[in-house]
Design a protein around this ligand. Structure first.
Ligand SMILES: [Fe+2]
Ligand SMILES: [Fe+2]
Length: 271
């Protein structure tokens, strides 16, 4: 099947089976078709966006199963959004040159990891009696999608910001689950963390291809949409070594580590 047909199932299909469809025997044939981003991804009623505020549980309450399940519900929502946004990226950026097809191959590989993560979270939530959609699913990440006009905007936002922050969050929550001796959930966080390093590395690889004579930091920070700032690329405790593993150099990391802004989200305490 052509990669775009898969992408349409991932984006427009409404069930979890659609979002988790196994991606195999994929055709990569260049395509210049114009695809208009839908207002929302396909979602069954139970999975529809709902921006009712739900507070992320404190990790000090992780001895309680329902609090752990709620935390996993947030993480699973992020995985689902990642799958849909990456599928949208496969569709909205036309294959104007050969390079775009390798960009898309990379995206498919990443989507396979996101599907794996989503399945792991869903499975663990089920152990705690929770299903995706039992709590409101916010659309925060999705709302930035229509501002990501080029693949450079896409990777600056997705890989270098959201997934970068997740490097810190995944480590933080792995430790939180270990602290309550939930080794099974901690193991899932570790898997996500390791994969996330490669996702950030892929984003950095592409921005390095595209930036030409600009340095990576200015290229990256000038491609963030709207009011988003690099503050969003960091979690609770900034970890430098995993970002070095992702191939980011010390000049870039100095900028990121020292970046401060006035936005409230900068000082947020949880994912
Ligand atoms: Fe993921
Ligand atoms: Fe990821």
């Amino acid at each position: 099947m052509h990669y775009r047909e898969y992408a349409k199932i991932l984006l427009e299909g409404s069930t979890l089976e659609d979002k988790l469809i196994p991606l195999k025997n994929i055709d990569y044939v260049e395509c210049l078709e114009i695809f208009e981003l839908p207002d929302n991804p396909g979602r069954t009623n139970h999975l529809k966006f709902n921006n009712e505020q739900v507070k992320f549980p404190r990790n000090t309450s992780f001895h309680l199963e329902d609090k752990k399940a709620l935390a996993l519900h947030f993480f699973a929502n992020h995985e689902l959004l990642a799958i849909e946004m990456m599928a949208a990226a496969l569709l909205i950026y036309p294959d104007t040159n050969k390079e775009m097809l390798s960009f898309k191959k990379g995206l498919i590989k990443t989507i396979q990891d996101e599907q794996k993560h989503l399945k792991l979270y869903l499975g663990r939530m089920k152990d705690f009696g929770l299903e995706l959609g039992d709590f409101p699913l916010n659309d925060f990440f999705w709302r930035s999608m229509n501002k990501l006009k080029t693949p450079s905007h896409f990777y600056s936002t997705m890989a270098m910001t959201f997934e970068s922050a997740n490097l810190d969050f995944a480590q933080f929550y792995e430790k939180s689950f270990l602290a309550v001796e939930d080794f099974e959930t901690a193991k899932i966080m570790k898997i996500v963390y390791e994969d996330e390093i490669s996702h950030v590395a892929l984003g950095a690889h592409w921005l390095n291809q595209w930036r030409v004579d600009k340095d990576l930091w200015s290229y990256y920070s000038s491609h963030l949409p709207g009011v988003m700032t690099p503050a969003r690329a960091k979690g609770i405790h900034f970890d430098r070594s995993c970002r070095e593993r992702a191939g980011l150099d010390s000049v870039f990391l100095d900028h990121l580590e020292n970046f401060r802004d006035d936005f409230k989200v900068t000082n947020r305490k949880s994912w």
